[in-house]
Design a protein around this ligand. Sequence first.
Ligand SMILES: [Zn+2]
Length: 506
Amino acid sequence: MLNRRSFLATASAAPSLHAQTRFALGASMLAGFAEADITPEIGMEQPGGYGKVFHRSVHDPCKARVAVFDDGRKAVALVGLDALIVPRALVLAARKRIQAQCGIPGDAVLINASHSHSSGPTGLVQPGEFDSSPELVRRLAYEKSSMADARYLKIVEDQIVAAVCRAHKERADRQCGVGLGHEDKAAYNRRFRMKNGRTFTHPGQGNPDIVKVAGPIDPQVGVIGAWDRAGWLAGCIVNYADHATASPGGISANWIYYMERAIRGMFGQQAVVVFIQGACGDVTQVDNLSPHLRPSGREDAEFVGGRVGAEATKVLLGMPRGSLAPVEARSRVLKIERRVPSREKVAEANRLVQMDPQKAGVTEWTFAKETLMLADLIRREPVADVEVQAIQVGPAVFVSNPAEYFVEFGLEIKAKSRFQFTFPAELSNGCVGYVPTEEALSESGGGYETRLTFYSNLVPDAGRHIAAEGIALTHQLTPGALPEPPRAKPFGGTPWTYGNVPAERK
Ligand SMILES: [Zn+2]
């Protein structure tokens, strides 16, 4: 709740130089972790659809989760927000305050939304956005669409700034590591080629018109860990590509909550678990090809979060520790045009929205509303600011953009990056809606993500340009060395004296 605004946890401090650790002490670097509460209030809007829904109960807290890495020369901050999206204006305001308060430059701060569909009102329509629009459009935007809450946005901004500055202030010598895991039972591509030659999103289990799945998933679980000198996990970052649509019921961080539980179950409550959402625009936890009844609610969230968390735990247990230097940041803002709806389409939309949604058809009516809101947006802002960013942590790089980005692009960025550990981060530093592949926007494409709406509207080649820019930014950086575990002592000449004895038969 909003009055519970204190920090839920911060990294354990006071490293002891004399404590025994399972790993011998090697190189280290400065790292700090913190988290802050951003749980919305009951009654606030629950964004995630094209209409209004309100929160009625709380399942678990939503948080801003922060990791700061500092190589002694530069610091970078990675923020994982339990939020559907993060608005650009909030990111710019938070970065300004972070720079002023703790000196981390704006382009070295990555703010990623987990895309939790059970979180607070950060979108989609922003407060005041349609104040100067014609009355009809203003009413459709404010009264019929999912809308951010100005007071909640301010709290989220304050909490991001506080948590980043706290993680920065409490940064301490940590042994850090990076590794990769694999989880392919918790994520499925949700788009399918159909017998009619087009592609549907979520065609439904058992649909006989399904020909085959239309795209891949990215099963990689990317993990960074940081341990204090006593061998306690201070915090970690997990990167995985899967819609946070496994809602346990009520306000929740979504499956990320169960991922955190799995990791903390092993390493303790002091560990801050930062989740950075990968490129999952066409990937969810729903297996449309399964013949079985799917789990729902809490069991669904447990399944996804538990599996990803367990895999991250295995990766953390096995990773060599040391320094993940250097840290570096690059960022560039692309100007990308929006797709413009035809005049006929706008006229038809104008006719449809005057009708009763039940008579017009709810889906048709909703898309008509979106068309009018988009036409209004294009009048005000025909070109979108699309920030592409690369944040390097030693041998790892996070490549971010503000799209709900198709997984094909995430895989392409991984394939073309020079970094062994490349972690795409969608819905970062702003939000420009779904950015599908050009194929998905062609005759053989189609489906939910390809509709032209107020939310999703960039030109068809946007995804390609965003990927190319992300890859180009990684090429400006040189990967750091992977920590190497300390070498075992050279063989002393004597094997274990109980172990080198001959067998005894009698
Ligand atoms: Zn989505």
